[in-house]
Design a protein around this ligand. Sequence first.
Ligand SMILES: Nc1nc2c(c(=O)[nH]1)N[C@H]1C(S)=C(S)[C@@H](COP(=O)(O)OP(=O)(O)OC[C@H]3O[C@@H](n4cnc5c(=O)[nH]c(N)nc54)[C@H](O)[C@@H]3O)O[C@H]1N2
Ligand SMILES: Nc1nc2c(c(=O)[nH]1)N[C@H]1C(S)=C(S)[C@@H](COP(=O)(O)OP(=O)(O)OC[C@H]3O[C@@H](n4cnc5c(=O)[nH]c(N)nc54)[C@H](O)[C@@H]3O)O[C@H]1N2
Ligand code: SF4
Ligand SMILES: [Mo]
Length: 738
Amino acid sequence: MTATPAHRICPFCEACCGLEVRLDDQGRVASVRGHDADVFSAGFMCPKGVALKDLQDDPDRLRTPLIKRNGVFEPASWDEAFDEIERRLVPLREKHGPHAVAVTAGNPSSHKMGLMLYYGRLFKAMGTRNAYSASTLDQMPKQLSSGLMFGHWLSIAVPDIERTDWLLVLGANPVASNGSLWTVPDFRGKARALKARGGQLVVVDPRRTETAELADRHLTIRPGGDVYLLLGMVATLFEEDLVDLGAAAPHVTGVDEVRAAVAPFPAEAVAARCGIEAEQIRRLARELAAAPRGIVYGRMGTCAQPFGTLCSWLIDVLNTLTGNLDQPGGVMFPRAPAFQANSEGKPGSGRGIVTGRHHARVSGAPEVFGELPMVCLAEEIETPGDGQVRALITIASNPVLSAPNGPRLSRAMEGLEFMVSLDIYLNETSRHADVILPGLAPLEEAHYDVAFHQLAYRNAARFSAAVLPSPAGHVPEWQILLKLIAIAKGLGARADVVALDTEMLRADLAKSAGDQADELLAALAPLVGPERHLELALRTGPYGDGFGAKPDGLTLAKLKAAPSGIDFGPLQPRLPGLLRTPSGKVELAPPMLLADLPRALADLQQAAPEFVIVGRRQVRSNNSWMHNLPTLAKGPFRCTALVHPSDAARLGLVDGGRARIARGDTTSIDAEVAVSDEVMPGVISLPHGWGHGLPGVKLSVAAERPGVNLNDVLDETLRDPLSGNAVLGGVAVQVAAL
Ligand SMILES: Nc1nc2c(c(=O)[nH]1)N[C@H]1C(S)=C(S)[C@@H](COP(=O)(O)OP(=O)(O)OC[C@H]3O[C@@H](n4cnc5c(=O)[nH]c(N)nc54)[C@H](O)[C@@H]3O)O[C@H]1N2
Ligand SMILES: Nc1nc2c(c(=O)[nH]1)N[C@H]1C(S)=C(S)[C@@H](COP(=O)(O)OP(=O)(O)OC[C@H]3O[C@@H](n4cnc5c(=O)[nH]c(N)nc54)[C@H](O)[C@@H]3O)O[C@H]1N2
Ligand code: SF4
Ligand SMILES: [Mo]
């Protein structure tokens, strides 16, 4: 075993734990553990981090490109694969135009530096309106509400958990998920510290989750009821004269509009619909207002529902109205060392954001943050006519399992003229591809977390060098993306992509730095690719050396010399400099959101569905793709449907038996039942990302216990109309014993 461990930021979830990797004498991974000295995660890790070893060693992980010939995948050289793509994609684009090629980017795209820094460039080079990502299965509502309120899609306020006194967690399960839109390794430890100093943790969730187990109080809520709970809380603040904006007051506009808008939603009017008594709703509002420092935090459960954007907005309205916006112990804006878009440009105001610059051809859904809703992809492929999608490029994306109505997407993909998957597995989605291009394993590449330091509980920077050498000739993902960019630009599959990268950067710099572009480019030499972007971002970032202007400032070399990372301290208030709204204020009452309230009021008059399904994240699982790693796959079967004992009795379901879960007459799945009062009556809970039993998939470990795909019974016609986000919970189903 090697004496000195290597350090690697875990690429699997948003917590970004610093890990310590030891190799054996043959250069194979011997052990993975938490890196105690890591300035950000202090030794914390979860079982998934250990699975880095399994991922490295997984014989099913693809090591060479595959080309499908006569329906059979054959290994191919990189040149053959890129040539094939050029041969088939170029004429297709010439004939049908750029919108005929759709591109999807999935979750791991934000966890690998090479993908994160280049997939947006591919979207742009393709010039297609058919750009899709996991964002519209996930967090687009929060990005939209934050963009409207603060002026930038990435100005997301995160809980300052270490200094708060009261934390309401709504529709999130950070003990299992390790946090989302909130980079917070060891949530459990931080929650315990909150309680130890006399603070309170309150959880609102249809299920008594691992996080609820830790809470001082757990309230169950009817799935989809959050918008009403939140409106009732905001209304209570006004009715009971509890509004006090504190230090943010001079920077906020729209308080009176919010007061008027929430008046039709007093706690008593919304209580039945969310299944929380009016007195409890009022109590939550009072406690938040009374806490010296308090926070409302919401995540997947509040985003992936028909009123996702309203929920996301109301959460920040509550934080703002109680003086907890941009204050220690409230929700605050990180200032990441690199790539933090809202640290760039003129501080204090900007252009704000817009949506609907174009619309989906079939549904008319508005473009949001440059993307169309993932739930619209299938119909864009199926529906003939001008602008029909005929080719697809998936980047670390498995929508057949991760998007509602996977079977429909599968059928649509079969009808494509051409499909390319950048993926490390032959799985439920990539099996439909004509060419699969595998990325390097995480340990074979350097990493800086581009995305998640922008959402972190504390300001810090870490860099991981590659732990293992990359196999000879393997093209790294940033170069794969550049190859596709070269093909899109007509430069051909054999283009020198490193030179292309330099030319693209030179063009960017000419826009941002004018005359100094060449000088900057020279200063960045000899770096290329992602590390060159990183060096530029660090040095021009908020802690950077400004290329010599601040000699003590940060450079990539300094970061590399600090294997445990560099800490920049707790979050600091950033108003008003952070704002990029045209008004230069926090827009508490964006017209687009107020205009959506009548829809909520109309829905309030409807009866809630009797029996609904929700998802369930589990510690040993990560979305759709880690069930092939033995260390995670072992143990009890986890793709079980939780039902409350009262529902089980009513429906004749027994623990360990099977249930048919159906939506209407056409779609159903059969799942193993686990009877438990963990879930509230009227709700069935099934994890997502399973269903590996499809033909043509090469996942030998996952295939042993494939589970069923929750998304097979979800409804792709449901979405939050503002953000386009899919509805992944609270969907009405019929359940029967088998
Ligand atoms: N019902 C329901 N559905 C959900 C959710 C839910 O809560 N309920 N959650 C949603 C959310 S939040 C998200 S983010 C999405 C996630 O859904 P997706 O964005 O589809 O992401 P994953 O399911 O993680 O699949 C990742 C894909 O990337 C591949 N991959 C893994 N590592 C690499 C790599 O290093 N390089 C490349 N090129 N490929 C790689 C995997 O093999 C897999 O094909 O699922 C969504 N779907
Ligand atoms: N172990 C593990 N970690 C992960 C992932 C994983 O798959 N496995 N995925 C990663 C990804 S991509 C993401 S986006 C994050 C997500 O991180 P979180 O949002 O923290 O994770 P979820 O478990 O989806 O939490 C959603 C919670 O909402 C509840 N819920 C469902 N419907 C409703 C509702 O209508 N109202 C309310 N109030 N609650 C509701 C569910 O019971 C669940 O407990 O996790 C990340 N981390
Ligand atoms: S919590 Fe997330 S980042 Fe940390 S070890 Fe687990 S998967 Fe990796
Ligand atoms: Mo996600």
